[in-house]
Design a protein around this ligand. Structure first.
Ligand code: AMP
Ligand code: ZN
Length: 112
């Protein structure tokens, strides 16, 4: 479930500090340390995997669950007027952390 070398697994376990905005048994949401918008959150499943191509049925259910929770989490954190979701996949997308994460960007009229 966890990868001992993964930054985001360490964040979930509390071994690396983070600014948590939401947590339940399946997912964890925290503020990005280098925000690219006024509001920049990262939503991660508690189960460690890197790519959407690694999803099995159980993981797909968790990702669907996360998408169902994100609208309320976004609204509660300054994105009531809209937001953008981004999922970087692999090297060409510049994925730097090998734990699937959904960027939630908003809090302003996004310039790009
Ligand atoms: P990506 O480029 O899609 O892999 O995004 C990784 C994101 O994780 C970047 O936006 C980083 O700023 C963010 N990040 C990396 N380490 C941390 C950390 N310890 N706490 C919060 N955000 C982090
Ligand atoms: Zn991980």
């Amino acid at each position: 479930m966890y990868d001992d070398n993964c930054t985001f697994c360490k964040i979930i376990k509390g071994e690396i500090p983070s600014t948590k905005v939401y947590e339940d048994d399946k997912m964890y949401v925290f503020k990005d340390i280098e925000p690219k918008a006024k509001v920049h959150l990262l939503a991660i499943p508690k189960d460690h995997f890197k790519l959407l191509s690694e999803m099995n049925g159980q993981r797909a259910m968790v990702i669907a669950y996360m998408l169902s929770k994100i609208p309320q989490i976004a609204a509660d954190n300054g994105c009531a007027n809209g937001y953008r979701l981004v999922v970087n996949q692999g090297d060409d997308a510049g994925q730097t952390v090998n734990h699937l994460h959904i960027h939630i960007l908003g809090g302003e009229n996004l310039p790009w």
